[in-house]
Design a protein around this ligand. Structure first.
Ligand SMILES: *Cc1c(COP(=O)(O)O)cnc(C)c1O
Length: 384
């Protein structure tokens, strides 16, 4: 018998989504604004603590882009980015004609190393005579970063922070939701994220005034005139009312999703606890509560034998798992090692390049049962 296909993080519906979509059809709100967009934004604002304004957008990438636009990042500017991430974190910097400056990670969270961040800021000021325009830390696989330390440096140099919380929906740091520390925070609702709108994102803004400015750029920067007057370049980045209907339905099940991802972390930790060579990533501090969007495993003893690529032993494990219907994924290949960013300045300590070849993302979504996770564990143990 063919075994069940176990995927990384498949979209999972609450059953309430269709009600909101039906309402949109019944009232003919099949446009990129409407009651579902407003309702979803309200839900998100409550979820993150009620102190911020949220603008629903067409993707997480567009949210990062609009944050940069709102901060006035343009040609010739520099923006500090985390190297260990998905390329969507940094690409919008290039859309604006600016240069990403990549920073390596610290070992504990795999996120932006605060010490390197400060070194880089000092060095950029020395080399270019001006400060970087923004800092984009990431919460990799949902893991909180050392955000107090990062914010402390950012505040001292008065550089705005855009938190890429695309993978960290529901993660908290000292009880505060990731994405609410900086000037902006971004969320993603792509198909395999913690919740989905089939494709979508949102920008967390400090207040309604700034949210209104973001909204203006998201809708072609139209001036308040009876005819179409434009004095700045805008974008078509608003979320559709249909997608927002899916989002409202997803908000009714988000707590269950979070509990499930965190439970699977416990199952994986238990499964590998007797093995010294295979480490499941867990929060390094009691005040960091990851959503465990994707659980990751790190194989300490494999040999890094394919420069710039995952280790051949890790690929062997991935191929074996694929052959028994288990989906896994190598870790993000650091941006400073990507051909598209080969000329970008990089401040490194070797951490991300050392971790990348030796890890895999494990099935972690709502459809993954305890039995599935145990099968994943057994199959990996068979490889070791
Ligand atoms: C998914 C993701 C994004 C982009 O979100 P989209 O909604 O896919 O555009 C940005 N950064 C990180 C770290 C991501 O994982």
């Amino acid at each position: 018998m063919e075994s069940k296909k176990v995927l990384l993080c498949l979209a999972h519906m609450s059953g309430n989504e269709m009600k909101y979509i039906q309402e949109a059809f019944d009232t003919n709100w099949v446009v990129p604004l409407g009651p579902n967009v407003d309702g979803f934004e309200d839900d998100l604002e409550k979820f993150i603590g009620g102190k911020h304004s949220v603008v629903a957008l067409s993707s997480g990438t567009s949210a990062i882009h609009l944050a940069l636009v709102a901060l006035g990042v343009g040609h010739g500017d520099e923006v500090i980015c985390q190297s260990f991430t998905f390329d969507a974190s940094a690409n919008p910097v290039v859309y604006q004609g600016a240069t990403p400056i990549f920073i390596d990670s610290e070992e504990k969270t795999w996120n932006m190393d605060p010490n390197l961040l400060e070194d880089a800021i000092k060095d950029r000021i020395k080399k270019t005579g001006k400060k970087p325009k923004a800092i984009i830390p990431v919460y990799l696989y949902g893991m909180p970063a050392y955000i107090d330390e990062i914010m402390d440096i950012a505040n001292r140099y008065e550089i705005p922070v855009i938190e890429d919380a695309a993978e960290a929906f529901g993660s908290t740091y000292k009880g505060q939701v990731c994405g609410t520390f900086g000037t902006f925070g971004i969320m993603s609702f792509n198909g395999n994220k913690m919740i989905t709108t089939s494709g979508g994102g949102a920008l967390i803004c400090p207040d309604q005034k700034i949210a209104d400015r973001v909204l203006y750029f998201a809708t072609q920067a139209r001036q308040p005139k009876p005819y179409y007057l434009h004095t700045e370049i805008g974008y078509n980045y608003r979320m559709s009312n249909i997608c927002a209907g899916i989002g409202r339905g997803q908000m009714t099940i988000v707590d269950e999703h979070l509990a499930h991802h965190r439970h699977l972390k416990d199952v994986y930790v238990e499964g590998f606890k007797s093995l010294d060579e295979a480490v499941i990533k867990v929060s390094p501090e009691s005040y960091m509560d990851s959503n465990y969007w994707l659980n990751t495993i790190f194989f300490k003893n494999v040999v890094d034998d394919c420069p710039g690529e995952p280790s051949s032993e890790v690929m062997k494990i991935q191929n074996h798992l694929a052959s028994v219907n288990i989906e896994t994924r190598p870790l993000w290949k650091p941006m400073h090692t990507q051909p598209i960013y080969k000329d970008a300045p990089f401040y490194g300590n070797g951490v991300s390049s050392r971790i990348f070849p030796k890890g895999l993302c494990l099935p972690s979504g709502p459809y993954v049962t305890d039995e599935d996770a145990k099968r994943v564990i057994e199959e990996i143990k068979n490889c070791l």
